[in-house]
Design a protein around this ligand. Structure first.
Ligand code: B12
Ligand code: SF4
Ligand code: SF4
Length: 384
């Protein structure tokens, strides 16, 4: 089949499968990637995402991941919100969940579609394909930018002129030779709204994200207690963060997700914190089945919920927290101590606690004047 006809075939199939954007690039399109990834890792900006340190050669160079790859088809699925994505932040009695997580897990949805598209394309083109979404050692944003799907904004996320900040990405590597599209130029100009909107100064400079300070990382990827300096700025964000995305002026052309399987679940827009604090393991799995939230596990999620309750200023929520002082998870017990202290409801008697991290929370709660050493003191802060 002629390359033009193959391209048309891809576009038609992709659209029918629910993808909203498609463009093609070459594996060697971004020669600066190994250097940029190495600099990010050397600065420690990946925090404890040790998996980012593995297979860096393959991540930064598609031809090392798969020597036969000749073209890369980048795909975008619009997951745009149908209202103000930050609305939940103004109600401290409720949890705020990132837009991408208020729906079915995009990994499952997009992976299925990519396999179907890739399979049909392979058969038509007589070529081989490999499909990736998120978890493989592939740098999806710079490849998408090179293909012209958008550009990497100063917050590092891909911004599209049509879909704003809300495209989720997937990639098809193929042995077929397809004509590459033109990259999209950077349209950020002098704007710096995303840098200024970040509640934790996680963007120390344009195009540089220090994940250790990012609430998306701290609430989703980070396994242990959240360092104290980030707990108050977290507000009621219980899973992920959209602040830098939501303030971008390019969202003015964005629309709500059209693909039914990526439609937002109403009950995940702003769930009451009191309800979330009552989730045991089984109830957590039932409530978040099929969503990205399920993957953090109940204990990490409750950690976030307790911080949000501590920040709510609502002493009526203290009863929900008191029960959790003897939860089986030290992570949950520790944040229960912090939340109660912040609400001014810490009981005078400390339970028979043995865990060193929880004991440290008790000590800090009883001696609020004593400054705790931050594992990140000064890390990635924007110069004043
Ligand atoms: C690790 C990861 C995270 C980490 C680190 C984020 C990061 N910025 O790297 C954490 C957990 C913090 C995270 C958060 C989020 N993530 Co994430 N994440 C990834 C993942 C798995 C890898 C990203 C990566 O390679 N990082 C390494 C760094 C070095 O690469 P980079 O960000 O492209 O960095 C570039 C800049 O530093 C740039 N650079 C350096 N200097 C200069 C100078 C100039 C002038 C320029 C132009 C560039 C430049 O060069 C680097 C390479 O291009 C991708 C999926 C994938 N496999 O690609 C999803 C992915 C990036 N995440 C995604 C999403 C949706 C999010 C969140 C919005 C989720 C949320 N709402 O909570 C937030 C956004 C936070 C933010 N501002 O980035 C989407 C983004 C979709 C899009 N439109 O871009 C992706 C692509 C997943 C997907 N398949 O859709 N994520
Ligand atoms: S908010 Fe401004 S600087 Fe940030 S990505 Fe959007 S246009 Fe670029
Ligand atoms: S996701 Fe939130 S915390 Fe992370 S860089 Fe964006 S605004 Fe900052």
């Amino acid at each position: 089949m002629a390359p033009d006809a193959l391209r048309r075939f891809l576009e038609t199939r992709a659209r029918a499968l629910g993808f909203d954007a498609l463009a093609v690039t070459r594996p060697e399109a971004v020669p600066a990637l190994p250097e940029r990834l190495a600099a990010w890792l050397a600065a420690g900006h990946h925090g404890d995402m040790a998996w980012m340190e593995e297979r860096t050669g393959e991540r930064a160079d598609p031809a090392r991941l798969w020597p036969q790859v000749r073209s890369i088809v980048m795909l975008g699925a619009n997951a745009g919100p149908d209202g103000d994505p930050l609305a939940a932040l103004s109600d401290p009695s409720r949890g705020s969940i990132a837009v991408y997580a208020r729906r079915r897990d995009y990994h499952d949805v997009i992976k299925g579609k990519l396999k179907e598209l890739g399979g049909a394309f392979a058969a038509k083109a007589g070529a081989k394909v490999k499909v990736f979404v998120d978890t493989a050692p592939v740098m999806e944003k710079p490849l998408a930018a090179a293909s012209g799907l958008g550009w990497q904004g100063k917050h590092s996320v891909l911004v599209s002129r049509t879909f704003g900040n809300w495209l989720l990405l997937g990639a098809i590597y193929t042995t077929a030779a397809l004509a590459p599209d033109e990259p999209e130029g950077d349209r950020c100009g002098r704007c710096r709204r995303c840098l200024d909107a970040c509640p934790t100064d996680a963007l120390p400079a344009p195009y540089r994200l220090d994940a250790r300070r990012c609430l998306a990382y701290l609430t989703i990827e980070h396994a242990g207690p959240i360092p104290e300096e980030f707990r108050a700025p977290m507000g009621n964000r219980v899973f992920g963060c959209d602040d830098c995305l939501a303030v971008c002026p390019w969202n003015k052309f964005a629309s709500a997700a059209r693909e039914a399987r990526l439609a937002a679940r109403e009950d995940l827009a702003a769930p009451p914190l009191a309800e979330l604090a009552r989730l045991d393991d089984a109830a957590f799995r039932l409530r978040f089945a099929g969503t990205p939230i399920k993957r953090t596990g109940r204990d990490r999620f409750l950690r976030n919920v307790l911080i949000a309750i501590g920040n709510s200023g609502d002493a009526a929520l203290a009863g929900e927290v008191l029960r959790l002082l003897d939860d089986a998870s030290p992570l949950v017990r520790g944040m229960a101590v912090w939340a109660l202290a912040r609400l001014g409801r810490l009981p005078p008697v400390q339970p028979d606690e043995q865990d060193p991290d929880v004991l440290a929370e008790w000590a800090a709660a009883k001696n609020p004047g004593v400054q705790r050493a931050s594992p990140l003191a000064g890390a990635g802060r924007r110069p004043a």
